[in-house]
Write a protein that binds this ligand. Structure first.
Ligand SMILES: [Fe+2]
Length: 216
């Protein structure tokens, strides 16, 4: 399937942990979802207004506070659904209205663009990525030249291996990844590049991956 031409993906760095928040949506209707509303909601509102974008949903890659602590502030401004994986641990579910649980491979329409939720557990049980052909918002599953830690409550390095190699790794190599933090040398990269340079994406076996993930 060819890359979606009308897509908006706007990447914004916020907060003290170098989080990336995204607007993802449809240029033809100017409707967007906010991915991981956290840290600075007035800034997000300003950015949406500057670009004449209409916020119609919130997407959560997972429930960690540095990705979700602005949900209620966002909802005070925009009465929108908040989509989270049905697999997310109760530990990490935000306390907010409009929380809507999604299933693996469920598609959510923003404007005329279908955005697919792809479950990628490992960092938390309910981590998910958001996919439109050519683009993958990866949250804390995959960073440019890194991957999410697996030693926090609910973390599972075996699940992370499966998510990286058997889920994300099966997507087309020219897919651009959009991570949840600015931890790498660049804000984005292609899967093809990551399969060459990312320490966690260049293991020849699950054992090798586990030995790297659990010592770093
Ligand atoms: Fe996280």
């Amino acid at each position: 399937m060819s890359a979606e031409k009308n897509i908006i993906i706007k990447q914004m760095e916020v907060g003290p942990m170098q989080n990336y928040i995204y607007f993802v949506g449809d240029q033809s209707t100017s409707e967007v979802a906010v991915v991981d509303p956290a840290w600075d909601i007035p800034f997000l509102r300003q950015k949406a207004e500057e670009d004449d974008l209409k916020i119609v949903a919130a997407f959560l890659t997972h429930g960690h506070y540095d990705h979700a602590d602005g949900v209620n502030e966002l909802l005070a401004l925009y009465d929108v659904p908040v989509y989270i994986s049905e697999k997310e641990s109760d530990l990490y579910l935000p306390h907010c209205r409009n929380l809507t649980k999604v299933k693996n491979h469920q598609k959510i329409k923003i404007g005329k663009i279908n955005i697919e939720c792809i479950f990628t557990p490992g960092h938390t049980p309910g981590c998910q990525c958001f996919y439109v052909p050519g683009h993958l918002i990866t949250g804390d599953t995959l960073f440019v030249d890194g991957c999410g830690r697996c030693d926090l409550p609910g973390g599972d390095p075996h699940a992370m291996y499966d998510s990286l190699y058997n889920v994300i790794g099966k997507l087309p190599d020219d897919t651009v990844i959009y991570p949840g933090h600015f931890y790498g040398a660049a804000p984005t990269a292609t899967l093809k590049e990551q399969k060459k340079t990312n320490l966690f994406f260049t293991s020849s076996s699950e054992e090798e991956f586990l030995s790297k993930r659990m010592v770093i």
